[in-house]
Design a protein around this ligand. Structure first.
Ligand code: MOS
Length: 736
């Protein structure tokens, strides 16, 4: 009974493409009030006074401030520094101060116009540079939300052995998630006096945790249910803890169901973004291409509250030296507070920034010693037996070199790269072609021994003879609620059609940990394999008759059968969090990208013609979904590389709509080729590793390197706009 490795159509696909599915905004809740949020429009200041217009009719309008929160006024993450509603200080534009609910959306919006806030403004800090110089201290003693140092070997010795030392600085800006469905949640009073909170969210148990602590309720009184989602990409990992509290507070105070659905501009202004970054590299290299030392500094902008930044920075710095052999590495990292919107989880989680820097820098290093980018990478790429910058020994499942070899040959890289260099000068061609390469990896699951926490998942035999996967991990469009049943079905030895995934409702499913960190397939999948082994022992021999009938009969004779198991961390993982030393991740997924671009010599517009991607996922449980992940994520990387530019003025995004914040559409999508490499991981279900975030890590530098191959212009900050390309061209050619 084979299910793993099959292109089973997405179980949620039909309802989504036919428009049947009900997203939170579509759910019809009788007598539901609509909520609005009054927010700070200054980046930093003290709240002097909140004015409720006396001339306005406040009848049938409910308002809440922080004073209505019975418990802790904070979202519960790593440091709990972010208030749910501002008390007397606001630290960024868009910070929530007053909540409003009214019987209709228009009434709520009307009420919002009659609330004004008076402030004493304070001097804000709005960039990494100003925060680093401590223009003002806005966070702790030094504006630093997190810092790390990773040391291996002796960089001084490494630099002494080098023939050349190559330095570089690389920058990236904010990046908007741009999920199609904006954030939205609803709170609905239950007949038993409890409250259900539902909506577009990645991590039901995260939301529950904040609700419990702020409302002083236990899980018998409150449950969180994931509604079908139109995308998240990390943007619905932390933020729904705030929005869930808004609707819950309003619902409890008014006694009504309350729904809040963000408009696009509100969503862009107030929700988290990818961390802006400044990454510097200093690399020692010998004439023969041996890398003798790598010194890397990573600076991220954390925004007003630290939320998930400490773990984003940790993942960033761990990946910053990439997939290269080097005896001596020294990596430092700091996350700086500013009065911009808090930055948070976004597909890649710190890795895209460091790979943009590293993979552009590696091309520069190779050029310095006269080696081609592919020969340099082939020579230095890690294999089984090598150690990464955290000293982690790579024992198995290392497809880096095979990905590199396959992508190079599929794209005919070497020949094209040389040809592009040889064609006549840029100005004599209307269109210049370029080809670029990147090599990258992504650690699967939580950092270090993080997966040692008690993640649970299960299988339940239903009355109708079907089996449901029980997990708190959600499907936000990545396909996990199709892939997990495939794993369970094959482990049980039943047809895939008999297995589905239960709706993630904290009253029904166990806490599987959050749906993040490329962990769901690998971690939850492996728990399900163990659940299936146990379940199989209880059930009759499933090979013999009509399986569904057999299961139905079993149910009618024995009742519901439910097996819940916990994740078991591979025993040999050793991690020193203090030193950031050891086995940073149970395993890595590996990939290499080749981008082929055309650059218009008059307008400096770039179009990406083709992307060839080779990816080692251990085992592709559903190959079409793996391809979909690679294409979707790489297209997001393309947008980040070439067009997505969050422009902030005084802490406020200027381009807060899709007319001005430009993301790639189907017309910007290049020709794709995805090559799947399978180097199984012995602790992964059927050998599978994570694929969620990896796709966003490598596209931008491959495109940037292709632009360099085409034009000789190395743009070291994203996005690579025609304006930036032209300025650099002007500078290089001394055009006045
Ligand atoms: Mo994620 S970016 O770990 O939701």
């Amino acid at each position: 009974m084979k299910s793993v490795g099959k292109n089973i159509p997405r179980l949620d696909g039909y309802d989504k493409v036919t428009g049947k599915v009900k997203y939170v905004d579509d759910i019809d809740i009788p007598d539901c009030w609509r909520g609005e949020v009054v927010r700070s429009d200054i980046p930093y200041g003290r709240i002097k006074k909140i004015n409720f217009d006396k001339a306005f009719d406040w009848d049938k309008v409910m308002t809440c401030t922080y004073k209505d929160i019975p418990g802790k006024n904070a979202t519960i993450f790593l440091s709990d520094d972010q208030p749910i509603l501002a008390e007397n200080l606001v630290k960024h534009v868009g910070e929530a101060i007053v909540l409003i609910a009214a019987p209709s959306a228009s009434k709520a919006l009307e009420a919002k116009k009659h609330i004004t806030i008076e402030y004493d403004t304070l001097d804000s800090v709005l960039s990494i540079e100003d925060s680093r110089k401590r223009k003002n201290v806005i966070f702790g003693k030094d504006n630093i939300q997190a810092k790390y140092k990773i040391e291996k070997g002796d960089v001084k010795k490494g630099f002494a052995e080098a023939d050349f030392i190559v330095e570089g600085e690389y920058r990236t800006g904010f990046h908007e998630h741009a999920y199609i469905e904006t954030q939205g949640m609803a709170a609905i009073p239950r007949p038993d006096g409890g409250l259900t909170v539902t909506g577009s969210l990645q991590c039901p148990y995260y939301v529950l945790k904040t609700l419990k602590s702020a409302l002083l309720l236990d899980e018998t009184k409150i449950n969180v249910v994931q509604a079908p989602m139109g995308g998240a990409f990390g943007g619905k990992e932390d933020y729904p803890s705030l929005l869930g509290m808004y609707v819950a507070l309003l619902s409890i105070k008014s006694g009504k169901p309350v729904k809040i659905i963000y408009s696009r501009d509100e969503d862009i202004v107030v929700t988290t973004k990818r961390h802006p970054s400044i990454v510097t590299h200093k690399t020692g290299v010998k004439k023969d291409g041996t890398i003798t030392a790598m010194e890397i500094d990573v600076a991220f902008e954390g925004g007003a509250y630290s939320t998930l930044s400490p773990v984003v920075l940790s993942r960033g710095v761990i990946h910053s030296a990439g997939a290269y052999k080097c005896e001596n590495t020294f990596c430092t990292a700091n996350c700086y507070a500013t009065n911009n919107v808090p930055t948070g989880a976004f597909r890649g989680f710190g890795a895209p920034q460091v790979f943009y820097a590293l993979e552009m820098h590696i091309d520069k290093v190779a050029e310095r010693i006269g080696m081609s980018p592919h020969e340099f990478r082939l020579k230095n790429c890690v294999e089984v037996g090598d150690r990464l910058s955290t000293t982690q020994l790579l024992k198995e499942s290392v497809g880096a070199k095979e990905c590199l070899e396959k992508v190079l040959s599929a794209a005919d890289f070497g020949k094209k790269w040389r040809n592009n260099l040889d064609t006549c000068a840029f100005k004599h061609l209307r269109t210049k072609k370029g080809i670029g390469l990147s090599l990258y990896m992504h650690g699967g699951a939580f950092t270090g021994s993080g997966e040692g926490m008690k993640s649970e998942a299960g299988l339940r035999l239903n009355k109708d003879g079907t089996i449901s996967v029980l997990t708190g991990c959600t499907d936000m469009g990545q396909g996990s609620h199709t892939v997990l049943p495939q794993i369970a079905a094959e482990s049980l030895g039943v047809p895939a059609a008999l297995v589905n995934t239960a709706v993630p409702d904290t009253a029904v499913v166990p806490d599987s940990g959050p749906t993040v960190a490329s962990r769901t397939t690998m971690i939850i999948g492996s728990i399900l394999v163990r659940c299936a082994e146990k379940m199989k022992k209880k059930l009759p021999d499933l090979k013999k008759r009509d399986v569904k009938e057999l299961l139905k009969t079993y149910y009618s004779e024995h009742g519901e059968l439910k097996i819940i198991e916990r994740y078991i961390l591979p025993p040999e993982i050793k991690w020193d969090q203090e030193k950031h030393c050891g086995d940073a991740y149970p395993v890595y997924s590996w990939a290499a990208d080749v981008a082929e671009v055309s650059v218009d010599a008059e307008t400096f517009e770039v179009s990406v013609d083709k992307l060839t991607v080779a990816v080692d996922v251990g085992r592709a449980v559903n190959p079409v979904l793996v391809e979909g992940q690679m294409e979707g994520g790489t297209l997001q990387a393309l947008g980040w590389a070439l067009m997505e530019d969050c422009i902030y003025k005084n802490g406020k995004p200027v381009n807060n709509r899709f007319q001005t914040y430009i993301i790639p559409t189907a017309k910007d999508a290049p020709e794709w080729k995805t090559i799947i490499v399978e180097k199984p991981f012995s602790y992964g279900p059927f050998g599978a590793k994570g694929i969620g975030e990896l796709p966003l890590d490598g596209g931008a530098p491959a495109i940037a390197n292709a632009i360099y191959n085409a034009t000789g212009l190395r743009i070291t900050s994203l996005p690579i706009t025609p304006e930036k390309l032209y300025s650099l061209y002007e500078e290089k050619n001394k055009i006045k």
